[in-house]
Design a binder for this molecule. Structure first.
Ligand SMILES: [Zn+2]
Length: 141
């Protein structure tokens, strides 16, 4: 079982990425899930949360955030909406009652997308590092 855990941990993700540097994140995950299925055929069912980054069934974005990992579950229905869930896929924290930041999505005809403060700070740091103007605007309730 130790071998199984080692095979499906972070090292496995790094290895899959190193072997196929042009693979998308989804392709890397598909390969790892394929390896996991083949392994389960040999050793039996593995713990569902063998990787700390895997989505735990029923886990909310807030719960993923609280244990220090990005949210990896299905998208929230109100993703990116004002007072809905943060638009960053790996975040999706609830926004209602909190300061929220709006970004105009140029690729979708100027749709307004909403983000939490933590994600807005990430955008701010990236924009600053690239010498670009800050993309987000604080929404005053
Ligand atoms: Zn966020």
């Amino acid at each position: 079982m130790k071998l199984a855990k080692r095979l499906l941990g972070v090292d496995d993700i790094r290895k899959a990425r190193a072997n196929r540097p042009t693979a998308s994140a989804q392709q890397v995950m598909d390969r790892i899930y394929g390896a996991r299925k083949r392994l389960e055929e040999i050793v039996g069912p593995l713990e569902p949360d063998i990787s700390p980054y895997a989505h735990r069934p029923g886990e909310s974005p807030q719960e993923a955030h609280d244990r220090g990992v990005g949210y990896a579950g299905p998208n929230m229905e109100d993703k990116g909406q004002k007072d809905g869930s943060c638009n960053r896929t790996a975040c999706q924290l609830p926004l209602a009652g909190k300061p929220q930041w709006m970004m105009l999505e140029s690729l979708s005809g100027g749709q307004k997308l909403y983000y939490c403060g933590e994600c807005a700070r990430k955008f701010y740091e990236a924009d600053r590092d690239f010498g670009r103007p800050f993309r987000c605007t604080l929404v005053v309730a």
